[in-house]
Design a protein around this ligand. Structure first.
Ligand SMILES: Cc1cc2nc3c(=O)[nH]c(=O)nc-3n(C[C@H](O)[C@H](O)[C@H](O)COP(=O)(O)OP(=O)(O)OC[C@H]3O[C@@H](n4cnc5c(N)ncnc54)[C@H](O)[C@@H]3O)c2cc1C
Length: 472
C-alpha cells in the first residue's frame, strides 16, 4: 500500500513510522528543510530555536486587539514544531481527555483509551533534564513559601506544584520527533523535504483524495495522511473544498505572558548554562479544571551580550476562549481567540498577579536587578498599578511565547459538530471523503493542560494504528 504523509512534525513522523512498520510504502513530504539543522536548533537554546527563521513559517501571523499583527511561531521542516519548541514533555491530565467524551461526545477518546498511546509516545523519545539555575531556585523558594508543594515532574500529568521539567534531550542536544523516522530502518520510507504541498488531488467525483500536488510535482497514492499542523491542514482541506474557511473554523491556543529578569551581575548563570526549561510550576485557579495554570522558568535568556537575563512564562492551560481561522481575498487570518471570555481573563489575570508576587519575593530580589513586563524595560511596578481591565488589556497586547494552536478540525461524532471521525475504521476521516485521514493537532477537541507534543504523537499513533488495521 502506498501512502503519502503531508507534514513531518510530531504527528507526521509518528504516522509515517507506524505505516512503514506495518509494511506500507510511505512518502513523507515537508515544506521545510531536513537535517542538518543549524546549531540554534540542535543545541539546548530554546529561545534561539524558536527564533530560528529558517525553521518557522514566515507568513503565519495572528491579529492583535489593536489591529496590528504579530508573527505566530510554527515549525517548518522535518521535525515540525519539535524543531523549535521548548522541549517540555507532558502528557496532560486524565480529566483533559475525559472532557472530550463528556463535553464533545467523543466516545472512546477518554483517558482510559488514550493512556496507553500517551505512554507509548513518551517511550519513543529520550527523557532528559537540565540543572535548575538561579531563577528556578529563587522561584521554587518563593512558590514553596506561598504554599505550593515541591516535587515530581512534568511527565506526571496529575501532579501540581513545583515540578522538574522532563525534556526531549539527549547528551545536551535537542531530540526532535524526526528521530523516529531518521536514522532508523528506512525501507519503505522516502522523506522528501523542502516540498510544500499546495493542493490535495481529488477523484473526478470528488469523493476521494487520490494524491497531492507540490508545485510541478504530483504524488499520487490511494491514501493521504494529513499532518501539516493545525493551521496548514485546514488550509489544504479548504483548498480542496472539504471544509469552508471563508466561514471560518474554530481553533484553540493557550494564552501566555512572560516576565523577564535582569540578573544582578554576580548572580547570572555561568556562560555555558543551558538555555532550556528546568522548572515548571503547575497549579489550579480553583475556578476551572485542576492544573489550569502554569509557569515555566527559563534560567538563561541571552540578547547577544551574554547570560544576563532569565524569564518566567505564565500560561492559561484550560482556556474556554475559542479563536478562528479564516481565509478571504486578503489571505489567511489567524485569531487565537486568547482571553475572549471573561472567565478566562479573570483566571489568567489572577495567575499573572500570583506569579508577579513570586517575582517580587525576597528570593528573586536577591538575584534580580529588575523584573520587566515587556521587552522595552517596563518594570513590574507598573503591573501593580493597573486596574483589572488595564491588566487584561496589557496581557492581550503582550502575548507570551506559547504557541500551542490546535483543534481546527476537531474529532467529533458524525453530525455532532466534529470534522474528523471518531468511529473505528474512520478515525480522523472526513465524512463523505475517502482516501484521507487527518492526524495532527487539528483533531484535538480541546487543549490538554500540558504541552502538545506528547498528546499529538499519541493521537497520530492511535489514528494511524486504526488505519493500519483497516488496510490489512
Ligand atoms: C515555540 C513553540 C514552543 C512549544 N513548546 C512546547 C513544549 O515545550 N512542549 C510541548 O509539548 N509542546 C510545545 N509546543 C507545541 C508542539 O510543538 C506542537 O503542538 C506540535 O509540534 C504540533 O505537531 P503537529 O505535527 O500537529 O504540527 P507541526 O509540528 O506544526 O508540524 C507540521 C509540519 O507540516 C509541515 N507542513 C505544513 N504545511 C505543509 C504543506 N503544505 N506541505 C508540506 N508540509 C507542510 C510543516 O513544515 C511542519 O513540519 C510548542 C510549539 C511552539 C511553536
Amino acid at each position: 500500500m502506498d501512502v503519502v504523509v503531508v507534514g513531518a512534525g510530531p504527528a507526521g513522523c509518528i504516522a509515517a513510522r507506524r505505516l512503514v512498520d506495518a509494511g506500507a510504502s510511505v512518502t513523507l513530504l515537508d515544506a521545510g528543510p531536513g537535517p542538518p539543522h543549524p546549531e540554534s536548533i540542535a543545541g539546548l537554546d530554546t529561545v534561539g530555536a524558536a527564533d530560528e527563521q529558517t525553521r518557522r513559517w514566515p507568513e503565519v501571523v495572528v491579529g492583535r486587539p489593536d489591529g496590528a499583527s504579530r508573527p505566530y511561531r510554527q515549525g517548518l521542516g522535518v521535525g515540525g514544531g519539535s524543531l523549535i519548541n521548548s522541549l517540555v514533555l507532558s502528557p496532560g491530565a486524565r480529566a483533559d481527555y475525559d472532557r472530550w467524551v463528556v463535553e464533545f461526545g467523543c466516545t472512546g477518546w477518554g483517558a482510559a483509551a488514550l493512556g496507553p498511546w500517551l505512554d507509548a509516545a513518551v517511550a519513543r523519545l529520550p527523557v532528559g533534564r537540565v540543572d535548575a539555575g538561579p531563577l528556578s531556585g529563587a522561584v521554587e523558594t518563593a512558590a514553596s513559601a506561598a504554599g505550593h508543594p515541591v516535587g515530581g515532574s512534568t511527565l506526571d500529568g496529575e501532579r501540581l506544584g513545583v515540578l522538574t521539567a522532563d525534556l526531549s534531550v539527549r547528551a545536551g542536544r535537542r531530540v526532535s520527533t524526526a528521530e523516529v523516522v531518521e536514522g532508523r530502518s528506512s525501507r519503505g520510507l522516502e522523506i522528501v523535504p523542502s516540498t510544500p504541498v499546495d493542493r490535495l488531488i481529488l477523484s473526478a467525483d470528488r469523493r476521494k483524495v487520490i494524491g497531492v500536488s507540490a508545485g510541478s510535482r504530483a504524488f499520487t497514492a490511494p491514501l493521504v495522511v494529513l499532518a501539516a499542523g493545525a493551521i496548514q491542514t485546514p488550509l489544504l482541506l479548504h483548498g480542496a473544498g472539504l471544509i469552508d474557511l471563508a466561514a471560518g473554523v474554530p481553533l484553540r491556543d493557550h494564552p501566555s505572558f512572560a516576565f523577564t529578569i535582569t540578573y544582578r551581575p554576580s548572580q547570572a548563570p555561568a556562560l555555558g548554562w543551558p538555555r532550556a526549561v528546568s522548572t515548571v510550576l503547575r497549579w489550579s485557579s480553583g475556578e476551572g479544571v485542576d492544573g489550569d495554570l502554569q509557569a515555566v522558568v527559563l534560567d538563561r535568556v541571552d540578547d547577544g551580550t551574554g547570560p544576563r537575563f532569565g524569564a518566567v512564562a505564565v500560561g492559561l492551560m484550560a482556556p474556554a476562549s475559542v479563536g478562528r481561522l479564516t481565509v478571504d481575498a486578503t489571505g489567511l487570518s489567524v485569531d487565537t481567540g486568547a482571553l475572549d471570555q471573561r472567565h478566562d481573563r479573570a483566571r489568567f489575570r489572577g495567575a499573572v498577579r500570583h506569579v508577579a508576587d513570586l517575582m517580587t519575593s525576597a528570593s528573586v530580589d536577591r538575584i534580580a536587578d529588575s523584573v520587566c513586563i515587556d521587552d522595552v524595560g517596563t518594570t513590574i511596578d507598573h503591573l501593580y498599578s493597573m486596574s483589572d481591565s488595564e491588566l487584561d488589556r496589557w496581557l492581550a497586547d503582550h502575548p507570551g511565547p506559547f504557541a500551542h494552536v490546535a483543534a481546527s478540525c476537531p474529532l467529533g461524532p458524525a453530525g455532532g459538530g466534529g470534522v474528523a471521525g471518531i468511529e473505528r475504521g474512520r478515525f480522523g476521516a472526513l465524512e463523505g471523503c475517502d482516501g484521507l485521514r487527518v492526524v495532527d493537532a487539528s483533531v484535538f477537541p480541546s487543549l490538554p493542560t500540558g504541552g502538545l507534543q506528547v498528546p499529538v504523537m499519541a493521537m497520530a499513533d492511535r489514528i494511524t494504528a486504526d488505519l493500519v488495521t483497516d488496510l490489512r
